[in-house]
Each structure stands twice: as structure tokens, then as C-alpha cells.
Design a protein around this ligand. Structure first.
Ligand code: RB5
Length: 145
């Protein structure tokens, strides 16, 4: 992957998986910033979805990873921010396809849906797959926006 920095965010349901992802990113030498939450106390996923989405649209980070219990609430919220294309993926095929076709800039996952082994493979796939630059896909993203 290019020299990118990753914005991380989770609620309490995604906190433990986020810690695993941080270990993976450290091992790969990939820079990241954690926008919270910072412990397993019950909290509200929209706060962290918005912080990560803002970090990306403001250019502080290049891509993001958001985790809640299901990945649903946190991805719905992130997608309300203009310029964000958050993809909820629980398999590597979708993670690859959403980078190639949708140029997704946030990967969302549910920590109550996938185990850490698969989750790390999904992160790896998402971060290492480039947008196809295919005219069809560029045109569809334009329509989306
Ligand atoms: C929190 O209990 C849970 O609702 C949240 O993590 C997420 O799954 C929402 O979509």
C-alpha cells in the first residue's frame, strides 16, 4: 500500500477488535490515529463515525476503519458525511470489490459478526487494493455524489 494514514474509530462493541487492528497496523508500520472510543464503557457510535469521517474529508487521514457491534449503525452514520463512502464488509471479496469499484474510503465491520482473524484479513485486503480508475466506476461514483 501507499504511505497512507488510517483513521480508526469504534464504539464499546468494537473496542476490542480495534485494539487487534492497531496491533496489526503497528506490525505493518502503517500510521494511524485512534479517534475513540478509548475503553469498553457504553458509548454512542455516531460520535466516532463522525470523527473518523471528518478526519478523512478534512484530509487528516486517507482512509478509515470503523467498528461497532454490527458495523451497521457506524457505517450508516459515516455515509451521511459528504465525500464518505463507507463499506460494511464481512468478507474479503467485498473488501476488494468496494475498493476497486466504489473507491470506498472507510471500511466498516461488526465485531459481533466477524472474528479477529477474518477481520484482519479484511483490513489487509481493503488497505492493499487500489481503485480501478475504470471510467464506468468513476461515472457511477459521480452519480452517487
Ligand atoms: C451497541 O450495543 C450496538 O447497537 C452498536 O455497536 C451497533 O451494533 C449499532 O449498529
Amino acid at each position: 500500500m501507499k504511505n497512507e494514514s488510517i483513521a480508526l474509530g469504534s464504539d464499546h462493541g468494537g473496542y476490542a477488535l480495534k485494539q487487534e487492528i492497531k496491533k496489526y497496523l503497528d506490525a505493518q508500520g502503517i500510521a494511524y490515529k485512534d479517534y475513540g472510543c478509548y475503553d469498553e464503557k457504553s458509548c454512542d457510535y455516531p460520535v466516532y463515525a463522525k470523527a473518523v469521517a471528518k478526519a478523512i474529508v478534512d484530509g487528516e487521514c486517507d482512509k478509515g476503519v470503523l467498528i461497532c457491534g454490527t458495523g451497521i449503525g457506524i457505517s450508516i452514520t459515516a455515509n451521511k458525511v459528504k465525500g464518505i463512502r463507507a463499506a460494511l464488509c464481512h468478507d474479503t471479496f467485498s473488501a476488494q470489490a468496494t475498493r476497486e469499484h466504489n473507491d470506498a474510503n472507510i471500511l466498516a465491520m461488526g465485531a459481533r459478526v466477524v472474528g479477529p482473524g477474518l477481520a484482519l484479513k479484511i483490513v489487509e485486503t481493503f488497505l492493499n487494493t487500489e481503485f480501478s480508475q475504470d471510467e464506468r466506476h468513476i461515472n457511477r461514483i459521480r452519480q452517487m455524489e
